[in-house]
Design a protein around this ligand. Structure first.
Ligand SMILES: Cc1ncc(COP(=O)(O)O)c(C=O)c1O
Length: 390
């Protein structure tokens, strides 16, 4: 399976048929497992025999999903989690202790800021936030030898980029492990491990499910980390993916390449349409000519992705008016769905941040985030034009 190309792996990876010879992957919706004898149970628990123990520890359907995603990311190991935030928290918390330092890019999903900046701070783990675009800021912050470097690229919702290869090199020089949130790009458009990162985290709730049904997450990286501290942390703290959700996402991975590339093509076309549209002050899209990091985007990503953010001319009222006039783009805080969605980050996904934190990230009241789905591009364009009164 390791020799297959990604498009084959996403359809076939991790699938071992049972004796029934089913075409599609089976669902093992079971919390526990039975043993032939007490001796066998003892052997499985001690690790002398292979076998599933309990679905909080592992499950055959979850294993199919984990193996499929592992192959797509080119990782040594993968572990599924109950949500994207469970993945972020477990990846960071499983091998940090009081007194450790983290350096993170400032432009992050709101709950990640809360975990790094507030929750972990209560346990004596200090995070320094830097401008992720600026290598000099990374260099300065890395002088004090952190344990971890954490970054999200492209970032939610400002679509700022971090140079994964350059930051990984600096971080490794300082002895830190690098964790990348690859939610916006997906393994189709960006492979952080090949660029030098150590660990990748996903919210599978987004493009990996792609049809807005299940909550889930995943952590990928070296086997010693995933089967060591991460597995230990997750087994005891309990944020495991449900086998049903694992089945849904494993099946969704079969169409990931097709969906993400199509959504990305439409998003790029809409970004260029919005760039010319009256009523729009600024368009943020990684591979657009106007993006200040376009050269990095083209080097690090295969395409710009499905997310476009726009600053509407005006403030919150004008942004709300634009969203309320959209008929096809539903108002929702989710993203990566086949259905196009619009979000006002300042009052939803990033509303728990302080106004100062939002300002530091550049999230204004006029900002609207668009998640471009799989509808006909002409209908999407007409919807945006209608909402802008064109
Ligand atoms: C970039 C990013 N990372 C992590 C998460 C958290 O994922 P979940 O909602 O599955 O916990 C999100 C959710 O929006 C996100 O956008």
């Amino acid at each position: 399976m390791d020799d297959w190309r990604p498009k084959t792996q996403q359809v076939r990876g991790g699938h071992e048929r049972t004796a029934f010879g089913e075409t599609a992957e089976g669902i093992f919706l079971t919390s526990g497992y039975v043993y032939e004898s007490a001796e066998e149970a003892a052997a499985v628990f001690s690790g002398d025999s292979e076998g599933y123990i309990y679905t909080r520890y592992g499950n055959p359907t979850i294993s199919v999903f984990e193996e499929r995603l592992r192959l797509l990311d080119g990782a040594e190991a993968c572990r599924a989690t109950a949500s994207g935030m469970a993945a972020v928290f477990a990846a960071v918390a499983c091998d940090t202790s009081a007194g450790d330092r983290i350096v993170a890019s400032r432009s992050l999903f709101g709950s990640t800021v809360a975990v790094l900046g507030r929750l972990l701070a209560r346990w004596g783990i200090e995070t320094t936030f830097v401008d992720g675009r600026d290598l000099k800021s990374w260099e300065r912050a890395l002088e004090r030898s952190p344990k971890l470097v954490y970054l999200e690229t492209p970032s939610n919702p400002m679509l700022e980029l971090v140079d994964i290869a350059a930051v990984s090199e600096l971080a490794h020089g300082a002895g830190a492990r690098v964790i990348v949130d690859n939610v916006f790009a997906t393994p189709v458009l960006q492979r952080p491990l090949e660029l030098g990162a150590d660990i990748v985290v996903y919210s599978t709730t987004k493009h990996l499910d792609g049809q807005g049904r299940t909550l889930g997450g995943a952590v990928l990286g070296p086997a010693e980390f995933i089967h060591g501290p991460l597995q230990e942390f997750q087994r005891h703290t309990g944020p495991s993916m449900s086998p049903f959700n694992a089945w849904v996402v494993a099946k969704s991975l079969e169409t990931l390449d097709l969906r993400v590339r199509e959504q990305s093509r439409s998003a790029a076309a809409l970004a260029s349409f919005l760039g010319e549209a009256p009523g729009v002050l600024r368009v943020l899209y990684p591979t657009a000519d106007e993006h200040p990091q376009v050269e990095l985007a083209r080097r690090q990503m295969e395409a710009g992705g499905s997310m476009v953010s726009v600053e509407i001319d005006g403030g919150r009222d004008e942004a709300f008016g634009f969203m309320n006039r959209l008929r096809l783009f539903d108002i929702s805080n989710n993203l990566g769905d086949a259905k196009s969605l619009s979000t006002h980050p300042a009052t939803t996904t990033h509303s728990r941040l302080t106004p100062q934190e939002r300002q530091a990230m550049g999230i204004s009241d006029a900002l609207v985030r668009l998640s471009v789905g799989l509808e006909d591009l002409l209908d999407l364009k007409a919807d945006l034009a209608g909402a802008l009164g064109l």
